[in-house]
Ligand binder design. Structure first.
Ligand code: ZN
Length: 154
């Protein structure tokens, strides 16, 4: 299973989440949520995953991204599954996520109200705590374990 590489303490022992800085936890959480979004897409499409914005069929899980509609800079929506989708690297990395198309697709998938609600959080402070992050990371790790098992059957 693809997993974010954990930063190691001197001597090579893996560090506990509790010992990590907020920024490190954010990066780890990014990796777990990204895996969750991509693996879910692969499973739901039974191996055929389409790009959320251009609809192009994409290859295996390591060949596409978890694209954010609202930029990752915005912590309030960074891990909101409504804001995320499987996206090809061309759309995500070379066309800045094709935001206008993404918005239309999300209105179709999540509803206008959800999109407006997420947009209303842009620029607002986020109250995610160190403990919240650790709890969320552990929750996603458990879910991803299940998804990784399901992926073997595809
Ligand atoms: Zn695309």
């Amino acid at each position: 299973m693809m997993r974010v590489k954990l930063p190691r303490a001197k001597g090579g022992a893996p560090r506990k989440l509790e010992e990590m800085k907020f920024r490190e936890l954010i990066n780890i959480f990014d990796g777990e949520v990204s895996y969750f979004v991509r693996a879910s897409a692969v499973i739901n499409g039974n191996g055929l995953t389409r790009c959320v914005t251009c609809d192009k069929p994409m290859g295996e899980i390591t060949k596409f991204d978890c694209g954010h509609f609202i930029s990752r800079e915005e912590l309030n929506t960074r891990f909101d599954l409504r804001n995320l989708g499987p996206q090809c690297t061309v759309c995500n990395r070379h066309h800045e996520g094709r935001k206008a198309v993404y918005r239309q697709k999300l209105i179709g998938r999540e509803g206008l109200e959800a999109v407006l609600e997420m947009e209303s959080k842009v620029g607002k402070p986020c109250f995610l705590s160190h403990d919240d992050l650790i709890k969320s990371i552990r929750g996603y790790r458990a879910k991803n374990k299940v998804l990784a098992e399901k992926m073997k059957g595809i």
